[in-house]
Design a protein around this ligand. Structure first.
Ligand code: PEP
Length: 260
């Protein structure tokens, strides 16, 4: 499995800077051993997909509605993202769980819809700082996984400790390794042998300086990058650092659609 390095732009990206960032990513050329994904706001997704067409960089959404169409003002469906040029979508990011009250059940429905539309769902899970301090991180993340990952899942999971997002803090290597091993076990129990093919990304304050040591840990199949994905030089440096490592075995993400 090649490493997947996914950039979550969050609510950042007007057209001109988005195009400038896309041009820089395109000009960096293919980066060996890595699948690169940029997840801009929905308003510039089609623009970015056009700008990156034929390049090594894929484009994804940051959320989708569970329904294919209908009376859901302000929402975007998975098939709309696909139509705009996306090949993947993040679902259940902790900011959506917090800001929009998204439950595991809602995330699961979104992941299912994304997969049905031909997108790679990237399901986010992660504990709060208090939950970790209380010794409940494994239980919380295990329960999020069971609730958010649909049967027949073909996608990726991003382990993002809430307290590590945008804070400059990361868990100790052993904590990341332990959690990724626990996530793999839950996926195997939940999905059977298919659980082995799910790429498990780490997210939370990933930078060029720490990505290599994070990706060298067992069961870390890539990174979900927030702040550092907004600067082309930083995102490219992260991808280059990732490409120096030999990735774990299995399939690549296809630019034409889902693939774990
Ligand atoms: C994120 O929000 O998905 C994230 C990982 O953010 P940051 O890299 O800025 O911590």
């Amino acid at each position: 499995m090649r490493h997947l390095i996914a950039g979550n732009w969050k609510m950042n990206g007007l057209r001109a800077p988005a195009l400038a960032l896309a041009a820089a990513l395109r000009n960096a050329g293919p980066i060996e051993g890595c699948d690169l994904l940029a997840c801009p706001p929905a308003t510039v997704l089609a623009l970015l997909a056009d700008a990156l067409a034929g390049s090594h960089v894929m484009v994804g959404g940051q959320d989708c509605h569970a329904a294919p169409a209908g009376p859901h003002t302000g929402d975007v469906s998975a098939s709309m993202l696909r139509d705009a040029g996306a090949t993947a979508v993040i679902v259940g990011h902790s900011e959506r769980r917090q800001d929009h009250g998204e439950t595991d059940r809602a995330v699961r429905a979104k992941a299912h819809a994304a997969q049905a539309a031909g997108l790679l769902p990237i399901v986010c899970v992660g504990e709060t700082e208090q939950e970790r301090l209380d010794g409940r991180a494994d239980i919380v993340v295990g329960s999020q996984l069971l609730g958010s990952v649909p049967e027949g899942f073909i996608g990726a999971v991003a382990y993002e400790p809430v307290w590590a997002i945008g804070t400059g803090r990361t868990p100790a290597d052993t904590e990341v390794a332990d959690m990724h091993a626990a996530i793999r076990q839950v996926l195997l129990d939940h999905l059977g042998p298919d659980g082995a093919a799910v790429r498990i990304l780490y997210g939370g304050s990933v930078k060029a300086a720490n990505v290599a040591s994070l990706l060298a840990l067992p069961e870390v199949g890539g990174a979900l990058v927030g702040g550092a994905s907004l600067m082309a030089a930083d995102f490219i440096a992260i991808a280059r650092a990732a490409s120096t490592l030999s990735p774990p075995a299995a399939s690549a993400l296809s630019k034409d659609g889902a693939g774990a």
